[in-house]
Design a protein around this ligand. Sequence first.
Ligand SMILES: C[S@@+](CC[C@H](N)C(=O)[O-])C[C@H]1O[C@@H](n2cnc3c(N)ncnc32)[C@H](O)[C@@H]1O
Length: 250
Amino acid sequence: MIAARSSKQIAAWSSYWSEGNITSLPNLFADNYSGDVLRFWDEAFATLEEDGRVLEICAGNGAIAYLARDHADRRGIRIEIHAIDVAEIQLCSRQGDDSTINDVQFHSGVAVEASHCRNDYFDLIAGQFAIEYCSIPEAVEELSRIIRKNGSLILMVHHADSATAQRTRHFVDVADIFLKAPTIFYRLRKYAKPHIGRKRIDARKAPQKRQQLMGLRRLSRAVPDVPFEVFAYLAKSIDGVVLVAGPPVR
Ligand SMILES: C[S@@+](CC[C@H](N)C(=O)[O-])C[C@H]1O[C@@H](n2cnc3c(N)ncnc32)[C@H](O)[C@@H]1O
């Protein structure tokens, strides 16, 4: 069975790739992965031989597939490269021109768990930030079917203590608040509304503001496993609250 994936998730990734991003970390790698990541994949591709077949899974706009293409071009060998993703992905300007001898074949709307690729086909299957998005038992079964005997499956995943994993855990905590207290935005907006656009709070309004902050604290107490700082973080995210600068609230 394929992992239950909402059409909203797929649409979100399709929209992301439609913007022309080549990697999923555009702030760090705008043109494609470089440095240690590139060295890692170059080492992996060193085992490829003429007529080898490579598949990139969860490929987005094909960052790793293009690294395989560039690697094979540099070595002057011809290989067959495919890139699949369950979302809608794009053919971008990196596709082969006169300077390349290889190109990448893209397949949108293809889930790893049901790739419909041929049995025993690929010499190397590559996935970066990929398998963790899939239903792992089904994905492993499918990949075992389509990889050749003695082929390589090379997956890069985030380390559990990496900055990305830590940041994501923090966002999960924040998202939890919405599940446990879905009215929080409404309440924060109500709290911020009187102050929007003001530099200072009228001193007479201070008790009211204090009262509102108490409301936040009560809300925080109602969800005890979420630290108050997370609520404060949410409050700061609202322009009106950020603009508030008045008598200190005790
Ligand atoms: C974090 S992106 C990785 C993109 C690229 N590999 C990179 O390193 O920049 C994860 C991708 O996995 C795709 N995806 C999620 N579940 C999938 C599945 N079951 N089968 C195929 N693609 C999937 C998403 O659509 C998304 O494009």
